[in-house]
Design a protein around this ligand. Structure first.
Ligand SMILES: [Zn+2]
Length: 60
């Protein structure tokens, strides 16, 4: 059945998309330093901004 093959293909596609999402989250550079927005020291800045500021300013 073609339907079955389509479903299988979609399954693989969604797994691949999920794997890419997980991988790209993992390569987010978390570096220690001072936040560019609040000036607080953070052990894990993403793009120079600490987690609380990313939440506050709705940054990714
Ligand atoms: Zn901050």
């Amino acid at each position: 059945m073609a339907d079955e093959a389509d479903r299988a293909a979609q399954e693989v596609e969604s797994q691949t998309a999920e794997a890419i999402r997980v991988a790209s989250r993992d390569i987010q550079p978390g570096v220690p330093g001072e936040c560019e927005l609040c000036g607080e020291w953070s052990g894990r800045l993403i793009g120079g901004v600490c987690a609380p500021c990313r939440d506050k300013y709705k940054l990714p």
